[in-house]
Ligand binder design. Structure first.
Ligand code: BGC
Ligand code: BGC
Length: 588
């Protein structure tokens, strides 16, 4: 195996002897505990200390009360301290999904979701965004980010389309590695360095519509309606396609020094990746030379077999090194111990997994003395918000442009739609809560607020439902339509047409204005043919995050549009079709 020291550039090969020594000192149960990643709500710090747990995570919305940067820092510090006073004193890795900023934390800077960053096409910007994200995470003690998503998202009906950098393996590779460089920072021993996690390996973005098989023994899908039509489904393609499309970004990620990879819930030609020895061990570890650790996804191994013990055996033997348990860690530890005693898993496999985990911790200098984290004032700092604003302006795409409507020079502007004044809608899923939320979920600037403060002379009338006082008209109108926030399979949607209420809203506003701008807040292309002929200008704003001011900058001509769609957007008059990879098939 390639030691982690050779993978992170600049990391001296120190600590290898220490790691071997630690592995030798561990009991089998301690090794198993080191391989466990436990949800922070399911374990007390005392148990982390007693057992020597390897990692603790906050899942989406796994927030302390109150949800402040300070409370985050105390929560993580308590778990960290407990691990350092365990028998062997191996510190935990604390993980969270900082997929567009440190996005669980109220008050953090919320950057555009990856699809919006992809529209900037700018690796330098992406690197800076992920650098800022790392600094905000490290300030609260979180040193492992379950990001970036390297999915090559082929079908926009997928609820995770917005988490990806698009459908072009070249763009995904380029921007994915920029994100990794940004998270790691210039040197791994920098206290603001955060481990990247390339996910979800492999083929998560290639699953087919209605290929999701829900194992009958898994009950957490119950009550979630008819969604989950494509997320966690089956990627049906030959090996050459798997390599060319879905594995390509991981090659770049390895070159960029990624040390952790998360397995995908999805299957490849019917076989779940979490149990896929060919993909995890033969391809990723042996052929591609990955020396870091492979972590499973939330309850991911449970889908392998109705018997939880058997699931552990299948996953570890396939090549999973750390298991995002996330709840019943006692059962997990007992399973690993029993499986080794029964010869179902070799001790060498367990030692390899633990060695990888310790190498990764060593690469982050966690095994050395503790370094001071960046100050908490970094979280949501003005500097980071400025960067987010820049990213928002750079990623918005002018889909339709009549050449005269923008920038807004009118004296009066009629604004319609909820999305014009709603931080939650701007942010989308994976913000504060797993599925995001509506309204003032976190501080930021909305489009309407920003227009008001940047153009005080502009007379702005905003009606959420587009119902204005009788007789009120204007030269220019702005309709802001927004997808409701969603995460994962809950966002799988077969019909990507604009909602009827949004169509009605656009029509209502059209009657009162000479020129109409349509601004779309969405995690993916939506079908706008029902209203396209009514609009003079159409803007794709993606999920811009907390800084709506970046959109106001564009509307007022303080910045020029430079964004290009990172994946096809259906509609005859839209520009940028050529940017797409052309993989969109079989959807209407
Ligand atoms: C998602 C992962 C995420 C994990 C932890 C899973 O449901 O698929 O992307 O990192 O949860 O929140
Ligand atoms: C958790 C997420 C996780 C999801 C998975 C949610 O309850 O908060 O982190 O990704 O479940 O299905």
């Amino acid at each position: 195996m390639t030691p982690a020291s050779q993978i992170i550039p600049g990391h001296a090969a120190s600590g290898v002897g220490r790691i071997r020594q630690l592995v030798d000192q561990m009991t089998l149960a301690e090794k198993a505990a080191q391989m466990a990643q436990v949800d922070r709500g399911s374990i007390e710090p005392e148990e982390v200390e007693r057992l020597g747990i390897g990692s603790v995570l906050s899942g989406g919305g796994g927030n302390p009360t109150p949800n402040t940067p300070g409370a985050w820092s105390s929560m993580v510090a308590e778990f960290d301290q407990a691990s350092r006073t365990s028998r062997l004193g191996v510190p935990i890795l604390y993980g969270a999904d900082g997929v567009h900023g440190h996005s669980n934390v109220r008050g953090a800077t919320i950057f555009p979701h990856n699809i919006g960053l992809a529209a900037t096409g700018d690796p330098d910007l992406v690197e800076r965004v992920y650098r800022a994200t790392a600094v905000e995470m490290a300030a609260t003690g979180v040193r492992w980010n379950f990001a970036p998503t390297l999915a090559v998202a082929l079908d926009p009906r997928w609820g995770r389309t917005y988490e990806s950098f698009g459908d072009d393996p070249v763009l995904v590779s380029r921007l994915g590695s920029a994100a990794i460089r940004g998270l790691h920072g210039p040197t791994p021993d920098d206290s603001g360095a955060v481990l990247a996690c390339a996910k979800h390996f492999a083929g998560d973005g290639g699953t087919g519509w209605r290929t999701v098989k829900r194992p009958e023994w898994i009950d957490w899908w119950d009550g979630w309606g008819t969604e989950w039509s494509i997320d966690q489904g089956d990627t049906r393609c030959d090996e050459a396609t798997m390599r060319r499309v879905h594995l390509a970004p991981y090659r770049s990620a390895l070159d960029a020094g990624v040390l952790t990879v998360m397995a995908s819930y999805s299957a490849w030609n019917g076989e779940k990746v979490h149990g896929h020895h060919g993909l995890l061990t033969d391809t990723l570890k042996k052929e591609m030379g990955f020396g870091g650790l492979v972590v499973s996804d939330w309850l991911g191994i449970d889908q392998l077999d109705p018997d939880p013990h058997r699931s552990v055996v299948l996953a570890l033997n396939a090549g999973i090194d750390m298991v995002m348990v996330p709840f019943d860690y006692r059962r997990f530890i007992a399973s690993v111990v029993r499986a080794v005693e029964d010869d179902d898993i070799s001790l060498e496999r367990v030692d390899d997994a633990v060695t990888r985990i310790l190498h990764v911790k060593g690469a982050l200098r966690l095994l050395d003395s503790r370094t001071e984290p960046p100050p908490l004032s970094e979280v949501g700092s003005a500097r980071h918000r400025d960067l987010a604003r820049e990213a928002v302006s750079s990623g918005a795409v002018l889909l339709v442009d009549d050449g005269v409507t923008l920038p807004i020079r009118a004296e009066r502007l009629l604004v319609a739609g909820r999305g014009a004044d709603d931080i939650g809608l701007q942010c989308g899923g994976w913000t504060i809560e797993w599925t995001g939320g509506v309204g003032d979920i976190t501080p930021g600037t909305t489009i309407v607020q920003s227009l008001r403060s940047l153009a005080p002379a502009l007379e702005i009338h905003h009606a959420v439902d587009g119902l204005f006082p009788i007789g009120l008209t204007a030269t220019v109108g702005l309709a802001v339509v927004a997808e409701p926030p969603y995460a994962e399979g809950l966002g799988d949607r077969g019909d990507l047409r604009l909602a009827e209420t949004d169509i009605a809203l656009v029509k209502r506003l059209r009657e009162r204005v000479d020129r109409l701008i349509l601004l779309i807040i969405s995690g993916r292309p939506l079908l706008i043919d029902a209203v396209e002929s009514l609009c003079d200008t159409v803007i794709a704003a993606w999920l811009p995050g907390s800084e709506g001011s970046g959109l106001a900058d564009l509307l007022l001509g303080r910045r020029d549009f430079t964004g290009r769609i990172p994946r096809p957007w259906p509609g005859a008059s839209t520009r940028g079709w050529e940017r797409g990879h052309g993989c969109m098939t079989n959807w209407h």
